[in-house]
Design a binder for this molecule. Structure first.
Ligand code: HEM
Ligand code: HEM
Length: 182
């Protein structure tokens, strides 16, 4: 399979990024939801936020790569079997997914740096805190992060549901194309 997209197929880079990011984002949701309930004496109190932030930053880098790739290469066009309204709805849904992921990365950065400290990514490199310490901004970013995460998961459910409908009910090639089997 070619690395690049064509107007008919997703290339291997788009496919790999789609599934790796889907796995990472769904894991981030459950880890995030679990870790905020931990108390100081819990063994994972420091480990899970460190992992959550490190993987979150990598998802942010992958998002930049994905969008750059999307806008610098051809994009698979509508399948002949897909009605125009479904295609429009799917495109709007995809924009919604990208916007919510971006909101999570930005708000995550703002929560993590609200105490004026940078983000250690896997003890590998550090993202610096660019704004001064501000607890209130951290709180607001926390709320935005929480609501965006919930909305993203709801949209992902609709998105995955639509993909399964295409595959099992309408029996077209939408899912096969994202699995690289077309
Ligand atoms: C798509 C990516 C992400 C998802 C789905 C996600 C999801 C979540 C969820 C569900 C929570 C729990 C929210 C709550 O109930 O209060 C959370 C908390 C948190 N996330 Fe993320 N997150 C993502 C990316 C990031 C990134 C990139 C960072 C930082 C660089 C980050 C930093 C944090 C922090 C610091 C908390 C704890 C917030 C608090 O203590 O109130 N997250 N995340
Ligand atoms: C966190 C989870 C997920 C996210 C954030 C996500 C995001 C996206 C985005 C942004 C696109 C548009 C790609 C482009 O720019 O062309 C896309 C396409 C697609 N996704 Fe997902 N996805 C997720 C999970 C899933 C799951 C679980 C399935 C299948 C059950 C799935 C099936 C598809 C399919 C079939 C396409 C291609 C649609 C088309 O050709 O119009 N996705 N996804």
């Amino acid at each position: 399979m070619a690395l690049r997209n064509t107007t008919e197929h997703y290339g291997s880079l788009s496919i790999a990024l789609h599934w790796l990011m889907a796995l990472a984002i769904i894991s981030l949701y459950f880890v995030g939801d679990y870790m905020v309930e931990l108390t100081y004496y819990d063994k994972l109190y420091h480990t899970l936020p460190h992992l959550h932030k490190s993987i979150g930053v990598l998802v942010g880098l992958a998002l930049v790569l994905r969008l750059a790739w999307l806008y610098s290469h051809p994009h698979p066009t509508k399948l002949a079997t897909t009605p125009e309204w479904q295609h429009t709805l799917a495109r709007l849904g995809h924009i919604g997914l990208y916007v919510l992921i971006l909101a999570l990365i930005i708000s995550g950065y703002l929560i993590s740096t609200a105490k004026g400290k940078g983000i250690e990514v896997f003890n590998w490199f550090e993202i610096p805190a660019l704004l001064a310490e501000n607890a209130e901004r951290g709180e607001i970013a926390g709320k935005i992060h929480e609501y965006s995460a919930t909305l993203l998961m709801l949209l992902v459910l609709v998105h995955a549901g639509a993909a399964l409908l295409h595959h099992f009910y309408w029996k077209d090639n939408t899912l096969k194309r994202m699995l690289g089997r077309l």
